[in-house]
Design a protein around this ligand. Sequence first.
Ligand SMILES: [Zn+2]
Length: 863
Amino acid sequence: MAILYPKGGPVKNESYTAEPTVYYALARQLSDDFVVIHSIPWLAQVAKEVDGRNVPTGEIDFLILHQTLGILALEVKGGKIHYEHNMAVLPNGDRFDPVAQVRRGIHGLSRWIFNASGSDISYRFGYGVVFPQSMVKGRVLPPALIDTTGEKPQSICFDQQDLSIIGNQVMMLMHYWQIALGNHPLSPTTLHTIVKLLLPDPDLTPTWVERIELTKQHHLLLTAQQSMRLQQIAKHPRFVLTGRSGTGKTLLAIEYARRLVSQDKRVLFLVYNVALTTAIKKELRDLHRWDPQQRPGVVVRNYHELCRFAALKLGRASEQEKGKRWYTTLAHQAFHDAIQNNLMGSYDALIIDEGQVFHKDWLTDLQQWFTSKPLLICCDETQSFSYEHKTSAEEIAHIINAPSPFTLTYNMRSPRPIFDRLEQVITSHYEQQSQRDDEQDTLQERANPDALEELHKAIKQLQTDHIPPEHIMVIYWKTSPTYRDGFEKLVGQTISVYKCRGIEAPVVIIWPYIDTIDDITWACAYSRATSRCIAIYKPITFLKHYDEYQFAKVLASGTPRLSQWIHQRKEQERQQQELREAHKKETQELRALWPSPSWQIVAFENIALQWSYSWQAWYLPKQSTQIETLLWAMHVAITSPYDVYAEVQGYGIGYLPGYRYIRKFLSSTKANKITQEDFAIGWCKTCQSWSRGQIVSMSHDSIWSCSDCSHITTQTPSYSDTNEQGGKLNLLRSAQQIVMQDSTVFSIALSDWAELHSEQQRFVEEHCQNTEESLNWVGRIITATEILALTPGSLVETAIIHRLSWDGIPWLATAITEEQWLDALVLGMRLWARYKAVRRKSKGVYEVLSLGPIDAEPTKGYV
Ligand SMILES: [Zn+2]
């Protein structure tokens, strides 16, 4: 089958059958090394539109191209034809010369190809005529239908009978012309070039840059509705205009300002948002003047700028320094007072945009300032953020004595998909209409856990679409994106959603906040885009706010993959919640079983030790401070041949409320390093006891895993003799030994510790984290208790503490060297110097400071 252009082919109808018949006959009968182009005038028109070059005016019904056979033009004439005096005549009497027509056509076309190819392609075309509804065979033909250029006369005419063999006939005719015209074969490149010249493939889709430009021109024209409102405004000196974002309130207000100025009026244009002030100033820059001569013009100000001016006039400029109070009370007070004292200057008219966030009191003052002068207030109640004061359009109308608010309902700014999305999310009680075409590619909403990657992808796409950075606005909520690799240079501005109200940009990218999606705020961001909006979401946001916000619901329901993901995650969450509930119930029940029935409690006046037969170790319950617990535990580890488990505060990774957290201290004779290990105690159903284990994972089907199941103790229990009585006695003796042996550095530290009052203890606990090096740790506590016992201003010497403790605690000499102990104390003093409990005076000499308000941040670079 031949390669055909146009692909679809002509469509047959009652009065148009001849060319379609020939088209399909050629299509069927010519092989794929033939190119058949139907209807050159159609092509010519396209070619002219695209490149404006001079195009042939002749009409060629078919052009057939082949590499070796050259080019043939065919003229097709339907209807029953007869010839009269060398002219073809149709039944309706029309007379014409088909051969002359086709010859004119090919001359025009070959000349055009020669020019269009830059004088590169000069080729002579063969030609022929087809009468698909007439019979010529066996008739005497007029001379025009016989060519005599070649060696033998050749008929150049095909009739109805030829249609079934037209492929063959065409090939023969082309062969004839090739010889008669002395044509060389066409090279593949030349053939391709000719086809490209005749059939350019222009992409007529407007580029994004063109679309942005068109949008700009389009939406800056006033709609009929806006023009009508403008006329109404002229009739009512007081006017309140309301409408959703994108309905053109600001545009109309600007136009109104222009009209007033053209009537020699001096206009004050008042807004709330700083960015919007700048945008309007720019829009009205030709009319904007802050002019003492009172010439006509527009002064654009935001409310707080005006308040600052008022404060200046009243001589209260310094009040602006007062931060929050300035914004809550002082600014308005100054504004109010300046108006009362007639200090604010004089204007002929007032226009307010964003009226919904103007407080009633401000409006009352403005009403007084502009008594009997024209006043237009634009507002939109859907555009006030949760933290802002809101005044309704009706309230505004009431304050300024205006008729009921007028509503704009035609959205000009937002592309249709954005408009539709906002309609879905924030329903209105009146019908709104979009004036824009439904261009689906103007809104893209993408969910990606890696939001930054998605943002960079979006920016790259915009770059590919040749959208200049100044057209691109990135809107964030709470935290601005941290661009990488210079991406920030590819966007015009990155702005908080709270600062972008009223302003717009051709392209908006919305940057997600991790765990919130608020409808009003997000709608504000969406509606900033005039040509294109790319909203980026984190999937987790949908999970958290699915039931709370329309945006989450609407977007998820329109995205099967997302809603499926949400469903799965919700199910997982539900299961985890069940697991947590079950666990909570279980631990509550088990708590009643604490301590294990098999544990033996040995209580003394100041310490309650327990003995676990199954663990073959001491268990030390939580003391009143963590430091006490740890000091006791180390004391027991040093004085007893058994390990000790001390109950500690659980925190950090793996912490789950409801468990007991314990730290194991290995029985040791080395005082400088006592091996420690953390566990969580849980009730093990396998062991049927309180067991040592670890918090595994929240998503795991078991939260806590027992470590005791895995190793079975083969050790003979030491304290559980066959003689129960004897066992208990041994236990008591052993415990007594521990408690009576009160001369370790840990027990000395314990008694020092008890001397400190609770605030001092808190300070030490806060800054003295337990370390693997138990001796260094206790060195910190001993130095701290020494320092804190002294009054501020006293001097304290490391050497003296060292001497006193080394001499006073003989146990030290049995456990470590004197040098090791000195090192521990030196490190301790340095720590307290760092936390400003002492100040270094000279080597080893420190002055005790008043702790006062404790500075939690250590000073850097201590000695
Ligand atoms: Zn177990």
